[in-house]
Design a protein around this ligand. Structure first.
Ligand code: KG4
Ligand code: ZN
Length: 338
C-alpha cells in the first residue's frame, strides 16, 4: 500500500510517499525560511502563496523519485490542522482534488499526531500505552497515549510553546530563525555556571508549562548586559537551553510517575535538540523507563510523518468526505481512535 502525504501547515512544504513494504520511497521538503527571514517571523499570506507554487510540482517530483505513477497510490493524506488557515487550505484543496481525480481516499491528518507517529518509523518503535511529550513551535503538551487516536491531555503550556520561546530568545540574542538550532549551536561554547534562570512552574504541582516568564527573565538579563559580546550570547543561550530542558525533564518525570506508565515518546521540532535528548535519555535510564524519539530530520515538519499517519488511518479503514474542511485549532484529544 502506498500513501502520499502533504504537509503545508506553516512554513514548510513537505511531500512524501510511504510504502507499507518498503518504507519511505520519496521524501521532499522545501523550507520557506528565506522568504520570511526579513520579516522576523512567518507571514501567513506569503506562506500560503508559496505552498500554492510548490505543492503540485513537488507531488510530481515525489512520484518520479519513487518510480511510480498516480495509479500506484492508494491514499492521499494531508495536514488538516492545527496551523495557519490559508496554508492548510492549500494542502487540503490539492489533496481533495487529487483524491477525486485519482479516485482514491483522502485523509485529513492532525499535525501533532503526525509528529507523534514519526517515532513509529524509527528502528525501535514504541508500543502503547506511553506518555508523549510534544514540543514544537506551536505546542508543548504532555499526553497519555493509550492507542493510536486515543490521547488524553495531561498538561500543556499556558502561554508560549517551548519552540516559540527558543525562537524569541534567539531573536533577542541577534541569532537567526528558527531559533532552536541557533541557540543549541551558540550554547556549545557557553559557560553553564555564569547565569541562573528560573525553571518555571516546577515548584508547583501539576503538568502544565509556562515559558513566558523565563523569556522575560532572559530579556532583563540581556538589558543588564547592555552590550552583547560573543561569549555573553553563548552563556545566555547555554543557560536558557538548560532551563528549558530541565523544566521539561522535571515535568516528564512527573508525568511518568503520575500515569504509572514507563515509556516516554518525544516528538516535534524541539525534540531534535541534542541536549534535551541526552538529559531525557539519562533520566529514563536512571529511573528504569524507556525513551523513544524519531530520527532528527523527522522531528521538524515534514511530509513523511503525514504520509505515515495517513497510512495508519487508511489501514484502519478510515477516509473522509470530499468537501474541503480544515481546523486551524484542533485539540488532539478530540481525535477518533484508528
Ligand atoms: O515541529 P516544528 O518543525 O514546527 C511546528 O509544528 O511548530 O517545530 C519548529 C520549532 C521551532 O520553534 C524551532 O526553533 C524548534 O522547533 N527547533 C528546535 C530545534 N530544532 C527545531 N528547538 C531546539 N533545539 C533544536 N535543535
Ligand atoms: Zn510541526
Amino acid at each position: 500500500m502506498k500513501v502520499i502525504g502533504i504537509e503545508t501547515s506553516c512554513d514548510e512544504t513537505g511531500v512524501a510517499i510511504y510504502d507499507s513494504d518498503e518504507g519511505l520511497i520519496a521524501d521532499l521538503l522545501f523550507s520557506q525560511i528565506e522568504l520570511h527571514q526579513r520579516y522576523g517571523g512567518v507571514v501567513p499570506e506569503i506562506a500560503s502563496r508559496d505552498h500554492i507554487r510548490k505543492t503540485l510540482p513537488m507531488i510530481h517530483e515525489a512520484l518520479e523519485k519513487a518510480g511510480c505513477t498516480a495509479r500506484d497510490i492508494d491514499g492521499i493524506a494531508y495536514t488538516a490542522g492545527p496551523g495557519l488557515i490559508g496554508a492548510l487550505l492549500v494542502g487540503a484543496s490539492i489533496a481533495k482534488s487529487l483524491a477525486i481525480a485519482w479516485e482514491i481516499p483522502a485523509l485529513g491528518i492532525h499535525h501533532m499526531e503526525g509528529h507523534l507517529l514519526a517515532a513509529n518509523m524509527a528502528e525501535q518503535p514504541p508500543s502503547y500505552p506511553f506518555v508523549a511529550l510534544l514540543v514544537s513551535g506551536g505546542h508543548t503538551q504532555l499526553m497519555e497515549c493509550r492507542q493510536q487516536g486515543d490521547y488524553q491531555l495531561l498538561g500543556e503550556s499556558v502561554d508560549d510553546a517551548a519552540g516559540e520561546a527558543f525562537d524569541k530568545v534567539a531573536k533577542m540574542l541577534g541569532l537567526g530563525y528558527p531559533g532552536g538550532p541557533e541557540i543549541a549551536k551558540a550554547a556549545k561554547d557557553g559557560d553553564r555556571n555564569r547565569f541562573t534562570f528560573p525553571r518555571p512552574m516546577t515548584n508547583k504541582p501539576g503538568l502544565n508549562f509556562s515559558f513566558s516568564g523565563l523569556k522575560t527573565f532572559v530579556l532583563n538579563t540581556i538589558y543588564d548586559l547592555d552590550h552583547l559580546e560573543r561569549q555573553d550570547i553563548a552563556d545566555v543561550a547555554c543557560e536558557f537551553e538548560d532551563a528549558v530542558v530541565d523544566t521539561i525533564r522535571i515535568k516528564c518525570e512527573r508525568a511518568l510517575e503520575h500515569s504509572g506508565l514507563n515509556s516516554l515518546v518525544i516528538a516535534g521540532g524541539v525534540s531534535a535538540n541534542v541536549h534535551l535528548r541526552s538529559v531525557l535519555d539519562k533520566m529514563t535510564r536512571e529511573r528504569g523507563y524507556q525513551l523513544f524519539y524519531p530520527e532528527a530530520k523527522l522531528c521538524t515538519d515534514n511530509g513523511a510523518m503525514i504520509a505515515y499517519a495517513g497510512w495508519q488511518r487508511l489501514l484502519a479503514g478510515q477516509s473522509e468526505s470530499l468537501d474541503i474542511h480544515v481546523r486551524p485549532r484542533w485539540p488532539m484529544d478530540e481525535l477518533e481512535s484508528a
